[in-house]
Design a protein around this ligand. Structure first.
Ligand code: PLP
Length: 304
């Protein structure tokens, strides 16, 4: 965003429901994050709600392909064109996903992703990537990440130290070869969950739309009695997680944004109902079936 000249006085539209980092990135530039509720169908930036927030200070729309499911990029890209805004994708959870044959991270003007160890393509420590087709923006980033130094001992701007560690780069080059295989395997796991649980009224899925090929970072469901189900599964040694129990606008650090939760009914719903089921390359079919059996058992048992 700094490469685009975003700073104080500018507004960036971000989903109200995302990992905290999407919003803190906007704040680091001095710009104002404007939170838009997510859609009922896409679970990320809702194009209608996004359009309603555009004004003369808006500079960027930041879709976040949460869970590895691409946002509604056709509509969001049209909005960006219509209002002369830039798209900046946060594809930290969606390396390997596609929208309308375009890889996540190739649609926006300039985009950011993460190699944090648990991500689809994770390093063995921290790392990340910026993608752009614009040579000037790429050059800005190369210089900025190296203290603002284009040549040894010459500093043309005030930058930061944000180089990718060489060892991490080497690990990533090896892991990159397996990415497709791992994602295919995760997709098979997701399809098995869909098949096994589809009859359950109490469980709803996050279904990618027809133009999307997801890259399941996690496998989320939306379920009734979420916390009780999580406890039940935990007793059986089935670990689940919640992404995320406290949405950004409820975080102490962001209270100054003055965003009341009533503005984000869909985000509230996901925060109270989302549960992430086990998904990782190597998860055996009989294990998936066992997990599903237990979930079905939970909802069919007499009320606890
Ligand atoms: C992980 C994540 C980030 C941050 O990545 P870091 O490598 O920790 O900086 C940003 N956005 C989303 C949606 C993420 O999941």
């Amino acid at each position: 965003m700094l490469s685009l000249g975003i700073g104080p006085g500018d507004e960036v539209i971000v989903p109200a429901f995302t990992f905290f980092a999407s919003i803190s990135a906007v704040l680091q530039t001095g710009a104002k994050p404007v939170l838009a509720d997510i859609g009922t169908d896409s679970y990320t930036l809702n194009p209608e709600k996004t359009e309603a927030l555009i004004n003369s200070n808006t500079k960027v729309i930041m879709p976040v392909h949460l869970y590895g499911i691409p946002a509604r990029m056709t509509e969001l890209t049209e909005l960006a064109t219509q209002y002369h805004l830039n798209i900046v994708e946060d594809f930290a959870q969606s390396v390997g996903a596609f929208y309308n044959n375009n890889p996540a991270g190739s649609i926006g003007k300039i985009n950011g992703s993460s190699f944090y160890p648990v991500k689809n393509l994770g390093a063995l420590g921290d790392g990340g990537i910026i993608t752009t087709n614009d040579p000037d923006l790429a050059e800005f980033c190369r210089v900025f990440r190296n203290y603002g130094s284009p040549r040894k001992y010459e500093f043309e701007k005030i930058g930061v130290n944000s180089r990718l560690d060489e060892l991490q780069a080497a690990f990533l080059l090896v892991k990159l070869k397996y990415l497709d295989r791992w994602l295919k395997e995760k997709n098979k796991i997701a399809l098995r969950y869909f098949k096994n649980l589809k009859g359950l009224q109490a469980v709803k899925f996050f279904k990618p739309d027809d133009l999307s090929i997801p890259a399941w970072h996690i496998f989320p469901i939306c379920c009734e009695e979420r916390d009780k189900l999580q406890q039940f599964l935990k007793q059986l040694d089935i670990e689940t997680l919640i992404h995320y129990p406290i949405p950004p606008y409820r975080q102490p650090a962001l209270q100054f944004l003055n965003c009341s939760a009533e503005k984000f009914p869909e985000s509230e719903k996901i925060a109270s109902k989302e549960l992430s089921l086990p998904i990782y390359p190597g998860l055996q079919e009989d294990k998936i079936d066992y997990i599903c059996e237990k979930i079905i058992e939970f909802y069919h048992k007499p009320r606890r």
